[in-house]
Design a protein around this ligand. Structure first.
Ligand code: C2E
Ligand code: CA
Ligand code: CA
Length: 697
């Protein structure tokens, strides 16, 4: 889950950076390539056109030269007539004849590279060799000099004769004119270049030709450059506008994504996204954090009484109240779910966090003048040097999952579920151990019943006057192959919470009935055994029938089974309870009230319930008994039971003085360590055979 969430958040982050950057680079590269191809094609066409006349001149002069040689005439004279500078070379570029001024460079391959694209392309396409004239500029471009009021400037690359150096510079058209380095043709420049034509015998005829640049060429180049610039500018602007509007759109989407529809504050996604960022920020590496789950207790009830709209209005106020008390940009407050608020607070130890959370609760408890609200808060601490995880290992801070931390806070908060009033609970190792234990028990409960891992222990009840065995209580134990010996206090509350207790009750009734039947068949003098039946079981209207059928299935007479109801059971549906008790009695089962005196309405319950036995709570006989006041209460309780025609059992009696006192007050039975602890069935069987308390105990 956390992995999927991280992936989602990574996508949010990536979408406005990497994707845009890649797209931007691709578009720029594509445009660059397109412009390059366009310029080279266009330039080649211009240069090719410029070279054309020089090329045809060189060809015709070569033809003249060859004709002269063939006819035996002096070619030099003819060349002079045409005013031509020329060179004849052999295949090794050795000059074998020349006329006029030789300013040609034969390092063609090298120079060709340096001169660049324009010349090279011509050479490839034009079918003539080109050699730069080393005494004049060989390469140029035309530019608008902005600094000089838009004057047209010619940038020149000059190759120095007999060296591989270039000089770059620029001249205005007038300068060039004055220096005479270039001759002017139709108002602009004429650049000399040596063009070679291969002759039939392997020699090469190289003549000096001129490439003319006129005002039209400059205009075309300027227009070309201007339109390319405009084109690039438009594309670039479009990309930038798209990019910026993308970021704005992304921001808006994120805002909706992170906004809680109910409170208009931030939502759970924001908490997980921003919280994760905050706790992992390097800058915060020495800060402790507290992840808090703050639950508005009774929100659903509030909605039922006042409407959902009113409830949501209150949630909005609570959120605003909490948000106003957060340190900006360093702490977070969001509504995480229904009536739960997730907070990320900076923390200086658990004590400070506890009082801060209490302050927050106090601040929002009265957001509505007509009500005082209750809040339960759970806190999970995140320490800078790591926090112990569920498996006890230290989770490094950078590996902390904020979702896990929030879940821990919720787990801590759940421990307050049964408490009234606001409160704060911390997630700690004990809580982890408790949760794991609950999990382990629940995982095994079903197979434990199927494999009969639960064992019945019996605790005898004796007559305090005669020490005669009069009854016993069946108490459960769990011999688990992997959890070991489990006492009831470690499992019964779990079963009561998850409802499995009803299975346990039937299991116990069945096994006690089975034992009693076996002992009766073996000729033992059996006494009634009481079995605990949990309060939640009384929801079932046919409970009495179920118990009867279970006991009958084992063939045990009903008078050997007694049903013990814990006092808390009497708080439920009274009518149903009286009905079930009546049915149980009519089937011949005795019914007892367990732990009498441990609650508040015991007397009230006695008024309505037709019970057989009253079990005085062990608390009466524990520690100081109030200097005789306790004895008065016990004595009066016994009298009360007698007047209601009930027998009494005193639980948890450990010392002789208590036994003697209870005997003097007419208590019918004692179930306590003084006589015997709960014991396995085999030991209890021996006790039955002895009938009276064994000597020496
Ligand atoms: P309870 O029904 O009140 O059972 C009496 C408890 O008091 C037993 O604890 C017993 O061992 C203990 N006790 C008896 N005499 C003395 C004494 O002199 N001193 C002291 N210190 N303790 C004494 P146990 O067996 O641990 O059971 C605890 C509770 O677990 C029971 O309280 C009962 O509420 C529940 N429980 C046990 N077995 C079952 C069962 O089969 N079904 C249900 N629903 N609950 C059960
Ligand atoms: Ca009991
Ligand atoms: Ca009891």
């Amino acid at each position: 889950m956390a992995n999927r969430r991280d992936k989602q958040f990574r996508q949010i982050k990536r979408s406005h950076t990497l994707a845009w950057l890649i797209m931007f680079i691709v578009i720029i590269l594509f445009l660059g390539m397109l412009t390059g191809v366009f310029i080279s094609v266009f330039s080649t066409a211009i240069v090719s056109d410029k070279f054309k006349s020089g090329r045809s001149e060189a060809l015709s002069m070569a033809r003249v030269y060859e004709t002269c040689i063939r006819e035996g005439a002096d070619p030099g004279e003819y060349m002079k007539t045409f005013g031509m500078d020329y060179i004849i070379t052999d295949s090794e570029h050795n000059v074998i004849a020349s006329g006029g001024e030789n300013t040609c460079s034969f390092e063609s391959a090298e120079l060709e590279n340096r001169i660049g694209l324009l010349l090279r392309m011509y050479i490839v396409t034009g079918g003539v060799n080109a050699y730069p004239d080393t005494s004049v500029p060989v390469f140029f471009s035309v530019d608008n000099d902005e600094d000089n009021g838009g004057e047209i400037v010619i940038n020149i690359v000059t190759i120095i004769a007999n060296s591989d150096k270039f000089i770059t510079g620029h001249r205005s058209i007038e300068e060039l004119d004055m220096n005479g380095e270039l001759s002017y043709d139709t108002g602009m420049a004429s650049i000399p270049i040596w063009l070679g034509v291969n002759m039939s015998d392997g020699r090469e005829f190289i003549a000096k030709a001129y490439i003319t640049v006129d005002i039209g060429d400059v205009g075309i180049i300027l227009m070309l450059m201007a339109s390319i610039s405009v084109f690039l500018l438009v594309i670039f602007t479009m990309i930038i506008v798209n990019f910026i509007s993308g970021i704005v759109r992304h921001g808006r989407t994120l805002k909706v994504f992170f906004t809680d529809a109910v409170t208009q504050g931030k939502n759970a996604m924001y908490f997980l996204y921003k919280g994760d960022e905050l706790i992992k920020k390097l800058l915060n590496h020495s800060t402790s954090y507290a992840v808090v789950d703050l639950n508005f207790v009774g929100y659903r009830n509030f909605c039922v009484c006042h409407s959902v709209a009113e409830g949501e209005r209150i949630l909005g106020r609570i959120n605003a109240g909490l948000e106003a008390r957060m340190t900006k940009k360093k702490e977070i407050c969001t509504r995480f779910g229904e009536a739960d608020f997730a907070l990320l607070l900076r923390a200086d130890g658990a004590q400070t966090v506890a009082s801060r959370v209490r302050e927050l609760i106090d601040a929002v408890a009265n957001v509505d003048p007509d009500h005082t609200f209750t809040f339960h808060a759970g806190v999970a601490m995140i320490h800078p040097d790591g926090t112990p995880g569920m498996d006890g290992e230290l989770i490094r801070r950078r590996n902390t999952d904020i979702g896990e931390a929030y879940n821990n806070a919720c787990t801590a908060r759940e421990t307050l579920m049964d408490t009234d009033g606001s409160g704060v609970a911390f997630f700690n190792d004990t809580l982890v151990a408790d949760r794991k234990w609950v999990d382990a028990v629940q995982e095994r409960q079903r197979s434990a019943v199927d494999n009969e891992e639960f064992v019945v222990y019996y605790q005898p009840k004796y007559d305090p006057r005669t020490d005669e065995l009069l009854g016993a209580e069946a108490l459960i134990r769990w011999q688990s192959p992997d959890l070991g010996f489990v006492p009831p206090g470690r499992m019964i509350p779990i079963f009561e919470k998850n409802g499995f207790i009803t299975e346990i009750d039937h299991y116990m009734i069945k096994h006690v009935a089975r034992d009693q039947k076996r002992w009766l068949d073996a000729g033992c003098r059996c006494v009634p055994v009481s079995v605990n039946v949990s309060r939640s079981h009384f929801i079932e209207s046919d409970l009495a029938e179920q118990i009867r059928d279970t006991v009958d299935a084992e063939g045990c007479p009903h008078e050997y089974i007694e049903i013990e109801l814990t006092e808390s059971a009497f708080f439920d549906d009274k009518k149903a309870m009286i009905n079930t008790i009546g049915k149980l009695k009519s089937y011949g089962f005795a019914v007892s009230m367990d732990d009498f005196g441990s609650g508040y309405s015991s007397l009230n319950s006695l008024k309505d319930m037709p019970l057989d036995v009253l079990k005085l709570d062990a608390e009466f006989f524990r520690g100081e008994n109030g200097g005789g006041r306790g004895e008065i209460v016990v004595s009066e309780a016994i009298k009360l039971a007698k007047s209601l025609n009930m027998r009494t059992v005193a639980e948890g009696v450990e010392i002789r003085e208590q036994v003697d006192f209870l005997a003097s007050q007419g208590c019918d039975m004692i179930q306590g360590y003084f006589y015997a602890k709960p014991m396995p069935g085999s030991d209890y069987e021996s006790r039955m055979k002895e009938r009276y308390k064994p000597k020496g105990e």
